[in-house]
Ligand binder design. Sequence first.
Ligand SMILES: [Zn+2]
Ligand SMILES: [Zn+2]
Length: 250
Amino acid sequence: MKIYGDYHTHTYFSDGRRSVEENVSAAVARGLEAVAVSDHGFDNPDRFSLTREKAARQTELIAEARCDHPDIRIYHAIEADITGTDGDIDMRPEDFARFDYVIAGFHRFAKPHTARDFFGFYLPAYFSFAFRPSADVVRRNTRAFNAMIKRYPIAFVAHLNDMVICDPKEVAECAADHGTYLEINMKHIDVFERALDGILATDVKLIANTDAHTPGKVGDFTELEKLLQRVPELSPRILNAVPGEIIFRN
Ligand SMILES: [Zn+2]
Ligand SMILES: [Zn+2]
């Protein structure tokens, strides 16, 4: 199956390896019709996240890349962080205008805003690889993600159920109701597959992305092909499996 756009990639502006230009060139070489630069949000440690200054510099580089590569749509996005049980993300109201769309997901290095969030949201996530979270924790996580989707114009949720375990059906329902998509992340196929039954029980739309941190991975959807052999009924939900522009919430 051809995938026409890669809507989640990283550059050296956060923890990716290479430049905006190199990711875009890689996408062109793969024959994509769209690519996004979507570095990590503001509350991660500065050395591997965007700062407001870096984001401004990126805007200039993306404008240059758009001139140099008129045949591919280039998006300036951000991968923001959910930082607590009230659904907070690490964006100030004035930050939204800089980006074409906002991705959101959980990342363990982003600063929790309160001690309560550290103990109630981050700690269970840190140990989720070893201990199945309690029903209470899953309920709290689900409420957090749904609050985030209701409060902010999230284009899509990145790697749902990586570390922070939610009820995937409830989050997918809320996402579908608000025009937010869920991601099939090539680096977290296992996580997606575990949540699959809940997701398929809803009308939510999906978007497949590489989350590439090197140009070589931009547009590499090998893992998706394997997943679609196991679960062919996913194909019609994948927005970037058809050509043309995708409408994002913003
Ligand atoms: Zn991520
Ligand atoms: Zn990412």
